[in-house]
Design a protein around this ligand. Structure first.
Ligand SMILES: Nc1nc2c(ncn2[C@@H]2O[C@H](COP(=O)(O)OP(=O)(O)OP(=O)(O)O)[C@@H](O)[C@H]2O)c(=O)[nH]1
Ligand SMILES: [Mg+2]
Length: 189
């Protein structure tokens, strides 16, 4: 990732940006990358053995997700998704090497127990590195989604971490998250 090491601004034409997409099990990481990628995304899904995890979820990521997209001005964005299951925690560290930005996806529809798991992931990154972070609350299109203000109260984010409500299944909504991440990296957010 040579270009990423240069002192060019992230918004400049031709600049390559690496964004890691993380978050707890089932928060929408694979969906987010699939929605945005301009190439066939690389995925490492296996079927879930116990479908009691979530009614609609039949598979889980066991390695990584990878997708690539380009912005109107020529910026190339590499998206790397982590697995959500705890046994693959080490992949977060592996995938974060050389990353410019971190998007944490958190499911808006679940209760506070789930958000403790989300908090562990936020703390994991907070303790290990200082990569700029954007928190996106997914599934905001679903009727049971909790309001962002309520979710923010349940969680403790570093400093003034920006947050965004999204629907990871909709390109426009997911795209806004990447735009916001780039604005954070460029200091124009
Ligand atoms: N309606 C709606 N469904 C979503 C959204 N985000 C994800 N989903 C769905 O939620 C389910 C889980 O999404 P995944 O993308 O597999 O979640 P994940 O974070 O990759 O899961 P793991 O890799 O197992 O941790 C899938 O059926 C998605 O289509 C969203 O914003 N809105
Ligand atoms: Mg996944």
């Amino acid at each position: 990732m040579q270009a990423a090491m240069s002192s060019k601004k992230h918004s400049e034409n031709g600049h390559v940006v690496k964004i890691v997409v993380s978050g707890p099990f089932g928060s929408g990481k694979t969906q987010f990358i699939t929605t945005l990628s301009e190439i066939d995304p690389v995925s490492t899904e296996i079927k879930l053995k116990s479908p009691d995890d979530q009614d609609t979820k039949i598979s889980t990521t066991v390695g990584l997700d990878y997708g690539r997209m380009s912005m109107d001005n020529g910026r190339i964005i590499h998206l790397f998704g982590t697995p959500g299951q705890k046994r693959f925690d080490f992949m977060r560290e592996v995938l974060t090497v050389g990353a410019h930005g971190l998007i944490i996806l958190i499911d808006s529809t679940l209760d506070d127990t789930y958000h403790q798991a989300a908090q562990e992931i936020v703390d994991f990154f907070r303790e290990r590195n200082s990569i700029p972070m954007l928190v996106c609350f997914t599934k905001q299109d679903l009727p049971q989604a909790r309001p962002v203000a309520e979710l923010e109260k349940v969680m403790d984010f570093p400093g003034s971490t920006p947050t965004l409500p999204i629907d990871a299944t909709q390109r426009q909504s997911a795209h806004q998250a990447v735009e916001k991440m780039l604005a954070i990296l460029d200091g124009t957010a």
